[in-house]
Every structure is written in C-alpha cells, then in structure tokens.
Ligand binder design. Structure first.
Ligand SMILES: Nc1ncnc2c1ncn2[C@@H]1O[C@H](COP(=O)(O)OP(=O)(O)OP(=O)(O)O)[C@@H](O)[C@H]1O
Ligand SMILES: [Mg+2]
Length: 268
C-alpha cells in the first residue's frame, strides 16, 4: 500500500491578526496528523518561536529557520524531533525577526523557504508552516512554498476585519507568483457556544466564506495550558473536548488536502 506522495504537501497557517490561534492550530494539527500516521514537519516561521517553545524545544543552542533563510543552511540540518512521534520541527528563534529586513536585498528573497523545503519534501507527507502575525516577507515566503492555506479566525467582535485584506493578498500571490496556492478554508477558534456573540460571529464568517471548516475549536483552558508543558493537546489532555475538536479538524484536513490518503482510510 503506497500512501506517500512523491512530494509532501505544504500547508501554511496564516492570519496577519495576532492571537487568533495560528500556533495552537499548527501544533495541534501537526500532532494529530502525526498520530494518524501522516509523517509531518512543522516549520516555525515566527520570530516569537511559540510553536518551538510550545513543543518543549529550547532553540537557544540550535540552528534555526533563520540560518536556513539567511545562510542557506540545509533544512535537514536544523530539524529536531518533538514529543509526538512522527512530528518533526524546524525551530525558530528571535533572530528570525532580522530575516524580514536582511532578506530585502537578497536574490529570490520570497522563494527562500520554498527552495529550502524542496530537498526534504520526499520525507514528509505534510509540511505545516506556522506564520507570524503579519503579511511581510516571512509570510510571503510561506505563501510561495504552500499549496494550501488555513486561516484560523477567532470567534470575537471584528473577527471579519482584516480577512478581506488577507484574501486579497492570497489572490495576488496566486495570480502573480504561485498559481498552485489554494485557500483550504477558515477555521473558527476559541468558540464559546454560551455567548450570542460567538454564535453570531461564526454564522457571519460562514455566510462570507463558504469554505469554513465544519469543525469549530472550543475555547479551552487545556489548550492554553498545553504549551507550558511543551506538549500538543493530544498528548496533554487526550480526552478533552479541544483534543477531540482538533482530531475532527485533522480528519477534515485529510479529506480536503490529502485525497489519496482519505481514499485509503475510507476503505473497510
Ligand atoms: N481554543 C482555545 N482556547 C483557549 N485558549 C486558546 C485557544 N486557542 C489558542 N489559545 C490561546 O490563545 C493565545 C493565542 O493563541 P496562539 O498563540 O495559537 O495564536 P497565534 O495566532 O499563533 O498568535 P500570534 O499571532 O501571536 O502568533 C495563546 O495563549 C493560546 O494558548
Ligand atoms: Mg503564533
């Protein structure tokens, strides 16, 4: 049974708005996919390095994505394992903030990440990129490398604000630079079904964006605690509602983005 595609697919988790659940989604989805047997790499492309810390990796003495983008160190040389078997990490550190500026005069500056991932694409079925909260050169590198984009949206007042700009950026990237780029969908996060506001926001997002994932991620203390233990939610609180929600979301992502695997899994 051949499951592995010749080249893994690249999924960018992006939203220029801060604190909407990008990193939580990148870690939780990556760990869930790995737990299902999907070999996954998580690329931490944010100078805040929250995905790195959230997986219990101390990047102080490690080579990081910065060294890959600026000094063209091979991606394979920075990859480290994580507490979740089958999930590897390309760590980040604060110096990545400098890359945003240092890359400006560089040749093919928006293609650096894409080129760095090419030699290892055969090793993974999925490569997830956790983007920083901006639409700068780092996020542009992610959009050049990606086939799919997932946009987490926090269920709160003004949730739709900025989504117009984001979709226009995706459209421009697709038209001018990366015709393979596809918006896999929006993911509603931090949902609290007890509040009318959350329900209204969720309905409004779905009205504007038909390709919003059916799964909704609940607001969960367990999810906010997990990073301080260096564990993804599926290891920290496997039976929590939040872990089950991310498992359901991962199944949707397999259906939407990994059709070959979805067909095999569907067989009795
Ligand atoms: N479903 C949730 N329930 C409760 N807390 C959550 C949930 N999702 C994320 N959080 C918490 O909210 C904060 C922001 O989440 P996260 O870091 O994933 O957002 P982000 O979009 O990556 O932020 P940034 O834009 O700064 O990179 C974190 O403290 C995280 O633990
Ligand atoms: Mg983040």
């Amino acid at each position: 049974m051949i499951l592995r595609q010749a080249q893994g697919i690249v999924i960018a988790i992006a939203n220029q708005k801060g604190g909407v659940g990008k990193t939580t989604t990148a870690i939780s989805l990556g760990a869930e996919l790995a737990a299902r047997g999907v070999g996954t790499l998580l690329v931490d492309l944010d100078p805040q390095a929250n995905a790195t810390a959230g997986l219990g990796v101390a990047s102080r003495d490690l080579a990081t994505v910065y060294d890959v983008l600026i000094d063209e160190l091979p991606m394979a040389e920075i990859i480290v394992p994580t507490p979740q078997a089958g999930l590897d990490l390309a760590p980040s550190a604060a110096d990545l903030a400098g890359a945003e500026v240092e890359l400006v005069p560089a040749m093919a500056r928006e293609q650096r990440l894409k080129r760095a991932l090419e030699p290892i694409a055969g090793r993974y079925e999925v490569m997830i990129i956790d983007c920083p909260p901006s639409l700068g050169l780092l996020t542009l590198n992610a959009l050049m490398a990606a086939e799919e984009v997932i946009v987490p949206v926090q269920c709160e007042y003004l949730a739709l604000e900025g989504l117009g700009q984001l979709t226009r950026t995706l459209e421009a990237a697709r038209r001018n630079l990366n015709p393979r780029l596809h918006l896999a969908g929006l993911l509603l996060t931090m949902y609290d079904g007890r509040t009318n506001l959350c329900q209204q926001v969720a309905a409004e997002v779905r009205r504007h964006f038909a390709n919003t994932f059916a799964t909704v991620i609940p607001r969960s203390v367990r999810l906010s605690e997990a990073p301080s233990h260096g564990l993804p939610i599926c290891l920290y609180a496997a039976s929590s509602l939040a872990a089950r929600a991310y498992a359901a979301f991962a199944a949707e992502v397999v259906d939407a983005c990994l059709p070959q695997r979805a067909r095999v899994e569907a067989q009795p």
